[in-house]
Design a protein around this ligand. Structure first.
Ligand code: ATP
Ligand code: MG
Length: 219
């Protein structure tokens, strides 16, 4: 379970403090599928990065599965991230000039997956995404939808319970975007907690609950 209480993120530029997040309270139960919506600059990515333990915060508490995130060391946080959270980003953030298989194997280099199991697990994830035949292809030679499938395969390969996605369909046409959302719905039905940042009402309609954020506040 995810629980934020009074979480703020403050950027200080010269003498001016800017609240990118302003005392956010938020509870997300295991297995929920959530959309985070709001205008550009509202604080959506900031919130997602904090939820993903990629970014620190200035006030409040964040409890993730009973762990107090604010008091963890960097090394501990990296471990929590690796075992709990998978990320999917708008621009795919794949390693270019490398194959799909290489990209999906990458997160396993940072945990204790035995070397001989990496290929099997990565192929399993690519199979789940419907693109096992693309395994040996350079990701640069793939379509947007195929690349996003590789990115989701990479996000699920460690079998983390939580998936965070920042505008995962932002660079895709509407048909491909729907296909990608069907994949998230399937993962949700398998029990994963899914949190998706999106501008798009249609994309948000795939989710059980919509959280609206404006000027760093949940509204
Ligand atoms: N490193 C930073 N330093 C200063 N201000 C920042 C920094 N990162 C983000 N901000 C500011 O914090 C606010 C929230 O940014 P954030 O990226 O969370 O918005 P967003 O809702 O994801 O917007 P978009 O839809 O455009 O991606 C913005 O006003 C942004 O300019
Ligand atoms: Mg953003």
């Amino acid at each position: 379970m995810i629980n934020l209480k009074g979480v703020s993120k403050i950027y200080r530029i010269n003498d001016i403090s800017f609240h990118a997040l302003d005392h956010v309270n938020l509870e997300i139960n295991d297995g929920e599928m959530i959309a985070i919506q709001g205008r550009s600059g509202a604080g959506k990515s900031t919130l997602l990065h904090i939820l993903g333990c990629l970014d620190t915060f200035d006030t409040g508490t964040y409890t993730l599965n009973s762990i107090d995130i604010g008091s963890q060391s960097t090394a501990k946080l990296a471990h929590i991230r690796n075992s709990t959270i998978g990320f999917v980003l708008q621009d795919f953030s794949l390693i270019n000039h490398k194959t799909a298989l290489y990209n999906v194997k990458a997160p396993m280099l940072f945990n204790k997956t035995p070397f001989f199991e990496m290929k099997k697990k990565a192929m399993g994830a690519l199979y789940d995404m419907g693109i096992p035949e693309q395994a040996e292809k350079d990701v640069l030679k793939m379509s947007g939808g195929q690349r996003q499938r590789v990115a989701i395969a990479r996000a699920i390969v460690n079998d983390t319970p939580v998936i965070l996605a920042d505008e995962p369909t932002g660079n895709l046409d509407s048909t491909t975007a729907d296909e990608i959302m069907q994949i998230f719905v399937k993962l949700h039905k398998q029990g994963k907690t899914i949190i998706i940042v999106t501008h798009d009402d249609h994309i948000a309609s795939f989710c059980d609950r919509i959280i609206k954020i404006s000027d760093g506040k949940i509204v």
